[in-house]
Design a protein around this ligand. Structure first.
Ligand SMILES: C[S@@+](CC[C@H](N)C(=O)[O-])C[C@H]1O[C@@H](n2cnc3c(N)ncnc32)[C@H](O)[C@@H]1O
Length: 234
C-alpha cells in the first residue's frame, strides 16, 4: 500500500516512527522550538472560544467528518501538527492507512507521543511523515480523503497549496480543510498581530477567502463558525 502511494520514498527515520522526505539540511522548522507553547495556547479551549469563536469540539467534529468521508480508505492530514485536537479521532480510526504529514519534526514527535499515550502504541495504520505541503511526496490521485486543518491561513500562495492537495486526492475523493479568518474585530486584530510576527499571511474574511478560492476554479463549499472557515470539496 505504502509503495503505491509514495512518489519519493521517505529518506530516513529521523525519530522513532517518524520518516522524513526532506534532505538533511531542510529538516529544521520554525515550529520545532514552539511546540509546547503552541500546545498550551492553541490547545486551550477558552482561547479558541473567545478569540476564534469555536470550541475545540468543532475542530474534532470536522476531523471526524473528514475521516468518515474516506470510508476506511487512504487518508492524509497535511500540517497535522501535534494532533492537539485530533489525536483521539485518529487513535480510534480503522482506516487501512492514515498518513500524518507535517513540516516540523517537533510537532510530529508530540503527535506521535499523544497517540502513544492514548493507545499504548502507534497503530500500524498510522504513519508519520515530515514533508512540505507545496511538494507532497505522493503520487497523483491516491488518497480517498485529504485534510488540512488550520494551515491555509499561513500562506499567501493559496492556489499552490490547494492545487497540491487536489493533486494527491482521488478524482472521486474528498478534500476537507479549514482556515482562520477575520470575521469580526477580535479575529482581524489577532490575525494582524500574528501577521506582524510573521506567523500568518494576509488576513481574509470567510467571504473574501471563499471568493478568492472560487476564482481559482476549485469547487469547494464552505461554512463558518466564528473566525474559522471550514471548506470541503463539492
Ligand atoms: C497552525 S498549525 C495547525 C496544526 C494542526 N493541523 C492543528 O489544527 O492543530 C500549522 C501546522 O502546519 C505546519 N506547516 C507549516 N508549514 C508547512 C509546510 N510547508 N508543509 C507542511 N506543514 C507545514 C506547521 O509545522 C504546523 O504544525
Amino acid at each position: 500500500m505504502i509503495e503505491q502511494i509514495f512518489d519519493v520514498a521517505p529518506l530516513d527515520e529521523v525519530e522513532e516512527g517518524i520518516f522524513s522526505c526532506l534532505g538533511a539540511n531542510e529538516r529544521a522548522s520554525s515550529y520545532d522550538n514552539k511546540v509546547d507553547a503552541y500546545d498550551m495556547v492553541v490547545g486551550n479551549r477558552f482561547y479558541n472560544r473567545f478569540v476564534w469563536g469555536n470550541w475545540p469540539s468543532a475542530y474534532r467534529e470536522f476531523c471526524r467528518q473528514a475521516l468518515a468521508s474516506s470510508r476506511g480508505g487512504a487518508f492524509l492530514d497535511v500540517g497535522c501538527g501535534s494532533l492537539v485536537f485530533t489525536a483521539g479521532v485518529y487513535a480510534e480510526a480503522e482506516n487501512k492507512l492514515i498518513i500524518l504529514l507535517d513540516r516540523s519534526i517537533g510537532m510530529l514527535v508530540k503527535g506521535r507521543d499523544r497517540i502513544t499515550r492514548i493507545k499504548g502504541f502507534v497503530p500500524n495504520n498510522i504513519v508519520f511523515i515530515q514533508g512540505d505541503v507545496f511538494n507532497l511526496p505522493f503520487k497523483t490521485h491516491v488518497f480517498d480523503t485529504v485534510a488540512s486543518f488550520g494551515v491555509l491561513h499561513l500562506f499567501d500562495d493559496k492556489y499552490g497549496l490547494l492545487s497540491e492537495l487536489e493533486r494527491v486526492k482521488r478524482n472521486d475523493g474528498h478534500l476537507y480543510y479549514s482556515s482562520l479568518v477575520g470575521n469580526n474585530a477580535i479575529g482581524r486584530k489577532y490575525l494582524e498581530i500574528l501577521k506582524q510576527a510573521g506567523e500568518v499571511a494576509t488576513c481574509h474574511s470567510s467571504e473574501s477567502l471563499g471568493n478568492l478560492i472560487s476564482t481559482m476554479s476549485f469547487e469547494h463549499k464552505s461554512n463558518s463558525i466564528g473566525n474559522v472557515a471550514y471548506f470541503r470539496s463539492a
